[in-house]
Write a protein that binds this ligand. Structure first.
Ligand code: MTE
Length: 322
């Protein structure tokens, strides 16, 4: 997302950082792995491995791949994907994977509440074990114009909606991340509207593509990518894919997301990917895949138009793509 060292409105990392430094850090991540990065770290951080998966229902992985969700491109290199992250709870830059290891994800209480017939509180691991876990290959397009292609494991969000049994008046699903400023030092930056919050319309949440991620590259999800539960909503900009969810609330009011609360003129509720609608401060026409030098064209709805365009028919296009 954005570099926000101060409450003043920030700029994307590639604007804040000279391109050569930005790119050489990316190349460093891609080619040398953790060795150089770890050199100046305290010993407990040095001991952490970016591949470490927490012990959450490990026997469910690798899950069987659902071939409906395959890709037009190669998967991104695992070492890039697992070390180049946006997780503002741990800092407003990309190198947070060591810090995220402090997060304890077992046990992990999840609440499902609001306008539902079956409000429920349960441990994430129990929830995961009740769900049909499968692997899907998805594109992910960040609003900052980088992208990746990854093998997520998890379950359709629709299954969680079914479990909750929303009441007739429920129109939206609001999702919240944890609040733990003791382990997530980004949350000591009080100008952010913690906790990180995101929302979907219920018909978006029950679309085939909406997916709760519990694993990646055939193992339980790593902490820096949102263990034990995160969202993957591949036709929308990446900030909609909230990590480390602790609460799912069904409501009749359109949620105001974390980034929308910070800067509603740049980050709207829908945030559907569209190469023809620029961000107010940069073009969205192309993207830079992790682990590749050349940029590629960005696709309408990130390539998922066939599956999701119908959700928005008749709506004002101005509201859909920022
Ligand atoms: N979820 C939380 N809780 N905090 C965040 O800062 N960043 C979002 C999204 N989910 C974010 C979050 C953004 S901007 C992106 S692009 C993706 O996570 C990045 O996911 P990745 O780091 O797993 O690639």
């Amino acid at each position: 997302m954005l570099i926000r060292q101060t409450p003043r409105w920030a700029i994307p990392e590639r604007d804040a950082t000279p391109e050569t430094i930005f790119m050489s850090r990316r190349q460093l991540l891609g080619t040398t792995g953790i060795g150089i990065l770890a050199a100046g770290m305290p010993s407990n951080a040095r001991a952490a491995n970016f591949n470490d998966s927490p012990d959450v229902a490990t026997e469910l992985y690798p899950a069987k791949q659902n071939l409906t969700y395959s890709l037009d491109r190669k998967l991104s290199p695992r070492s890039d994907v697992l070390t180049y992250n946006n997780f503002y709870e741990f800092g407003s830059h990309k190198d947070i994977w060591q810090r995220a290891q402090k997060l304890s994800v077992k046990p992990w209480l999840v609440k499902i509440d609001g306008m539902v017939s079956n409000p429920i509180e349960l441990d994430a691991e129990d929830l995961i074990r009740r769900m049909p876990i499968e692997e899907r290959l998805y594109r992910h397009r960040c609003v900052e114009a980088w992208s990746m292609a990854v093998p997520w494991s998890g379950f359709p969000l629709r299954e969680l909606v079914k479990l909750a049994q929303p009441q007739a008046g429920a129109k939206f699903l609001e999702m919240r991340c944890f609040t733990k400023p003791d382990v997530a030092r980004g949350q000591r930056q009080r100008w952010y509207p913690w906790p990180y919050l995101e929302g979907l319309r219920l018909d978006e949440a029950t679309n085939d593509l909406a997916f709760i991620v519990t694993g990646i590259y055939g193992k339980p999800l790593v902490k820096q990518m949102g263990a034990p539960l995160r969202l993957a909503i591949p036709w929308k900009y990446g900030f909609k894919s909230i990590k480390s969810i602790v609460q799912f609330t069904f409501t009749d009011k359109q949620p105001k997301s974390f980034w929308e609360q910070l800067q509603s003129r740049e980050y709207g509720f829908y945030a559907n990917v569209n190469p023809n609608v620029d961000h107010p401060r940069w073009s969205q026409a192309t993207e830079k895949p992790l682990g590749q030098d050349e940029r590629i064209p960005t696709l309408l709805y990130n390539g998922y138009a066939e599956e999701v365009a119908g959700l928005y028919s008749g709506m004002d296009p101005k509201t859909l793509f920022y």
